[in-house]
Design a protein around this ligand. Structure first.
Ligand code: UD1
Length: 340
């Protein structure tokens, strides 16, 4: 089965290409490299030990996508390509709406034109906002989005479900990711934030590597056991494996159209302080940190009920937080070695 992976040079996309290749899928990577580097493709080729098909281009470009669908017999699509920085989306909402919504719609048109049936879409736990009940299930209410980024994920989910309700012959699984962290065990691919990282783990590893002076822990006065925010951190290779299972599930379903949403998390909530302590214990590296003001827009706590992923896809997270932190640290060290 040949799979088009949009955003395949990105953090989750690149790890998913590895998992697909190792599970007998062929891949066609599309990426405009706006937030990724082409060296990722070479690193992927080293990991999977073969030449990979890569087309540099933009999913908003219908002519480009059409050419890709003409060149390859695509049987499934995983759509990762999107902007993902919460803060930037607040400052530049049009950039986010234009890119994230338009690229999905262009892709759906091309899928329809080429009769491509299977779609896995990258969504986020951000669609739940601050949930009233924890852990969140797929039936938990969708709250008003707290950022344009979050809103694009909600609207993209609606676009797909509306198309399917209108009998577009597509089978789609929307995967709602919790917080992806870690890196491939080879340390050849990992997260590559541009500039100062917004996310916790790259900030932690860059601080441990001496690039940043200290980590600010945003708030210790939340209504949680240690006062810091709680998230569900999932190893990116577990997340990658969930895409393999999702495609196998869709492939096996002999129906004309199908739509469902699935949480992809570990089911365990960890506080920022627990993560920091686990990092220090696992890596034995000193990490300077300080308690800072709460970050605007942060929700207090969220973690997944991941039962549906197990029931529907036969998937569950296998890696521990410690393994993920160790892999993220090895990746950071590899980056530092390359610099020197
Ligand atoms: C956010 C989005 C998520 C998106 C992800 C990717 C929401 C609710 N979540 O996740 O959908 O996929 O970004 O960009 O919109 N922290 C610190 N110090 C730091 C950095 C982070 O204390 O320097 C804390 C945060 O306050 C938070 C936790 O670490 O409690 C995780 O933060 P982060 O990695 O940025 O992810 P989210 O905000 O959970």
């Amino acid at each position: 089965m040949k799979i088009l992976v949009t955003g395949g040079a990105g953090f989750i996309g690149s790890h998913t290409v590895v998992a697909l290749q190792q599970n007998g899928f062929e891949t066609v990577i599309v990426d405009n490299l706006s937030n990724a580097q082409d060296t990722v493709i070479q690193a992927l080729e080293k990991i999977v030990k073969k030449k990979l098909t890569f087309h540099q281009g933009d999913c908003n470009d219908a002519a480009f996508l059409s050419e890709v669908f003409k060149q390859h017999t695509i049987e499934g699509v995983i759509h990762f390509a999107a902007y993902k920085a919460v803060g930037e989306s607040v400052k530049s909402p049009l950039k986010y709406y234009q890119n994230n919504l338009n690229s999905l719609m262009t892709l759906l048109q091309q899928m329809e034109a080429s009769q491509t049936r299977n779609l896995v879409f990258s969504s986020s736990c951000t669609v739940y906002g601050q949930p009233d009940q924890l852990p969140v299930t797929e039936d938990s209410p969708i709250k008003l989005a707290t950022s344009p980024y979050g809103n694009t994920k909600q609207v993209c989910e609606e676009i797909i479900s509306d198309c399917i309700a209108a009998h577009m012959p597509i089978k789609a699984l929307v995967l709602r990711y919790f917080n992806p962290i870690g890196a491939h065990a080879s340390a050849l691919i990992g997260e590559l934030p541009i500039g100062v990282p917004n996310n916790l783990i790259p900030y932690v590893t860059q601080t441990a590597a001496g690039i940043r002076k200290e980590l600010s822990i945003f708030g210790d006065d939340y209504e949680t056991p240690d006062g810091t925010c709680i998230r569900d951190y999932i190893h990116v290779m577990d997340l990658a494996q969930a895409h393999v299972k999702a495609l196998q599930f869709l492939q096996a379903r002999s129906v004309a159209s199908f739509y469902d949403t699935v949480n992809i998390g570990t089911g365990e909530g960890k506080s920022v302080m627990e993560v920091v302590k686990a990092f220090i214990k696992t890596t034995q590296v000193a990490l300077h940190y300080t308690i800072a003001e709460r970050r605007a827009g942060d929700i207090e706590q969220i973690y997944a009920n991941a039962d549906k992923a197990k029931r529907l896809l036969g998937w569950e997270a296998k890696h521990s937080l410690e393994e993920a932190l160790g892999d993220a640290w090895r990746w950071q060290q590899q980056l530092e070695k390359k610099k020197s």
